[in-house]
Write a protein that binds this ligand. Structure first.
Ligand code: 16G
Ligand code: MG
Length: 540
């Protein structure tokens, strides 16, 4: 390692670090969603993430790494930061430990030591190129955190580019575009306009000659998704897409995710406050960084019906399965779910669509990796985060397929355009919105017809505070408890008493609590089962 370069970098890091001191006594952890907490506690963390991003790029021969500043669906005062790997995927898990170590280094001296230790352990040449790009959502704490990030990148001598305000999936897209630019399969133009154009072009091809898509009203959670959806709609044109955007006050910073947005609608199972829906029209809500979406509508009695991630996955799997059948290509579509997937959706996929299902633990990275094992892998968490992945070999099969008739050709063209329409890096509310609208247009369906594909079992989710959530150990993709001993047998006995009953308990990965999920044939029974299982945790 060139010693003078190393010394110079370490002294720069020490110097800049004094401008971004770590608040005393706070323990940071890089979790499934990166670092996420009050924006006012993140300055030193973001500075240090800049250092880590620089190292990560150097470790990967100068490939571009992304850094996204966002706290997604959290309240306005929170913020967060996460790293994006070169193919637009989430940071490799082994690096989460380094991120946590960097964030918790007590002194400047300890920080430079950690930096050097990682460089040495992974044989990283500190004199080699490093490329980082970053963006932020609309939160008030964003600009100051960008300044901290730039200091970190500068201290570590990385080249960087500021993409300003983007949705999280847009940044994932741009990272992948940059890193595939000179390969045989470039992902797209590495710019926001490139992103809009790619989606707009694909949407127009997929919906060509089909029924006029249903009008959709989108609640943008007063976040970054609002202006981006308008821009996207402008690129598509009003002849192809009829869209209203509401809850798009990005300047009213305290309204972000407040009484609206995907998380509010999904967890409260009700409309965003102030929305007055027309019966049987389609509505959707995004979260604060536009990587989640749920749909809904009201019927003639003004009853609310939620079309969540399970419903999106089922719709997409059905559509893609049918296209594959018509085209005659030899590809298999599969669906990845978690334990939270409604039992009716799993039954519909298995018994009616005859599509294979894999169940993984909660958390996007688990679903994403499992989906990569199918030719076409559909994954959605019930909360509305998800996408559809086309494997490289599936793309090759489709691209080289010689259709025997116009029907087959049509189906293959639609499948290829879907692969362009659907963000291949991460769940993307804008791309998922277009996917759903395109499918509804093909089927000439409104939200009610979509909802009728299967009926959700009533379900209840309960948060229970326990003495030690780490005492709750699970197996079988979190569906069964191994410890505390004996508890699973007790749950099994309770579940048996309910028609279509199912219940599981798992420790939350984001809060100090455990979660109880229960579903059963009727609302009353689902609630009762949830209460009984929760009661059995008393004293634990
Ligand atoms: C994180 C996960 C999300 C999961 C949630 C579960 C990512 C990017 N996010 O937000 O997928 O649904 O945790 O939270 O993986 P819980 O463990 O508290 O139930
Ligand atoms: Mg989000």
């Amino acid at each position: 390692m060139a010693d003078s370069i190393t010394r110079q970098q370490l002294s720069q890091i020490a110097k800049f670090s004094t401008l971004h001191t770590r608040p005393e006594g706070h323990k940071y952890a890089y979790g499934t969603a990166g670092f996420r907490l009050l924006g006012s506690l993140l300055d030193s963390v973001v500075f240090r993430v800049g250092l880590l991003a620089a190292l990560r790029s150097r470790k990967l021969d100068g490939e571009t790494i992304g850094v996204m500043l966002t706290a997604s669906h959290n309240p306005p005062d929170d913020n967060g930061v996460k790293l994006i790997d070169p193919q637009g995927e989430m940071l490799e898990a082994s690096w989460e430990t380094y991120a946590t170590k960097f964030a918790n280094a007590e002194t400047d001296d300890e920080l430079t030591k950690e930096y050097l230790a990682v460089a040495e352990a992974l044989k990283i040449n500190l004199d080699s190129p490093s490329n980082v790009i970053f963006a932020r959502d609309t939160r008030a704490s964003g600009p100051a955190l960008v300044a901290a990030l730039k200091d970190g990148l500068q201290a570590a001598a990385a080249d960087y580019a500021d993409y300003r305000i983007l949705t999280t999936p847009q940044l994932h897209y741009i990272v992948k575009c940059i890193n595939t630019r000179k390969t045989a399969a470039p992902y797209g133009d590495p710019s926001e306009q490139g992103y809009f154009d790619k989606l707009a072009t694909a949407f127009k091809i997929v919906t060509k000659g089909k029924a006029k898509p249903p009008v959709v009203t989108v609640d943008a959670a007063n976040g970054v998704g609002g202006p981006k959806i308008r821009e996207l709609a402008r690129c598509i044109g009003s002849d192809y897409l009829d869209i209203n955007v509401v809850k798009d006050e990005i300047d009213a910073v305290d309204r972000l995710n407040f009484q609206c947005g995907a998380d509010f609608v999904k967890t409260q199972q009700k409309l965003p406050v102030g929305l007055e829906p027309a019966p049987f029209e389609l509505y959707a809500s995004l979260d604060g960084d536009a990587d989640r979406i749920v749909f809904y509508y009201v019927d003639e009695a003004n009853k609310f019906h939620l079309l969540d991630g399970d419903k999106i996955a089922s719709l997409a799997a059905m559509f893609i399965r049918d296209l594959i059948a018509v085209s005659g290509v030899d590809l298999q579509v599969g669906v990845v779910q978690t334990a939270y997937a409604n039992g009716s959706s799993s039954k519909y996929l298995t018994d009616i669509l005859k599509v294979p299902i894999t169940v993984t633990p909660t958390g996007v990275k688990h679903l994403h990796h499992a989906a990569q094992l199918f030719d076409v892998g559909v994954y959605f968490e019930a909360n509305g985060h998800g996408t559809v992945l086309f494997s490289n070999s599936a793309m090759k099969t489709l691209e080289s397929f010689e259709a025997q008739n116009p029907g087959q050709q049509d189906a293959v063209t639609t499948l290829l355009s879907l692969a362009a329409l659907i963000n291949q890096t991460v769940g993307d509310a804008l791309s998922d919105l277009l996917l759903v609208i395109a499918i509804l247009s093909h089927k000439a369906w409104g939200p009610n017809e979509w909802n009728l594909t299967y009926t959700d079992l009533p379900n209840r989710l309960v948060r229970v505070v326990v003495k030690d959530r780490t005492a709750f150990k699970t197996e079988d993709a979190e569906r069964r408890l191994v410890e505390p001993k004996g508890l699973q047998a007790h749950i099994d006995a309770l579940v048996k008493k309910y028609k279509s009953g199912r219940s599981f308990v798992r420790a939350s990965g984001t809060e100090d609590a455990v979660r109880v999920y229960a579903e059963a044939a009727t609302r009353l029974e689902a609630d009762e089962l949830a209460v009984k299982v929760s009661d059995s945790l008393k004293g634990l």
